[in-house]
Design a protein around this ligand. Structure first.
Ligand SMILES: [Zn+2]
Length: 109
């Protein structure tokens, strides 16, 4: 799994992350290149989780109760779309700039 830094735009492996803080949905990682703190959008993480559990629940209900598929099938489809969209939009966001930031001192594009 490869991540892209929202600050220096370099990609790095999740295994190279030396430092992280927080737990669960609010976990933040430190970029190994520029030491900026990066985190996920909490709303999108939440939407992904709701979509996943909602879809699984609807699929399970639809599997065991046959006469509710007119409700559960659209719910499953919506859940899949919700997961897909939140996955596409879920990029790392810059939480905190590095202390010694070379990009803000010199060579600003
Ligand atoms: Zn970086």
């Amino acid at each position: 799994m490869s991540l892209q830094c929202a600050h220096c735009y370099k990609s790095f492996s999740i295994a190279k992350v030396a430092d992280s803080r927080g737990k669960g949905l609010s976990v933040e990682v430190q970029c190994p290149h520029c030491a900026a703190w990066l985190g996920h959008n909490k709303f999108l993480s939440f939407a992904k989780m709701i979509g996943f559990y909602g879809g699984v629940t609807a699929a399970a209900i639809g599997y065991f109760a046959e006469d509710v598929t007119f409700i559960t099938t659209p719910v499953v489809i919506l859940a899949v779309i919700m997961i897909g969209l939140s996955h596409i939009m879920d990029h790392l966001q810059l939480v905190e700039s590095p202390e010694n930031d070379p990009t803000t001192e010199t060579n600003v594009k």
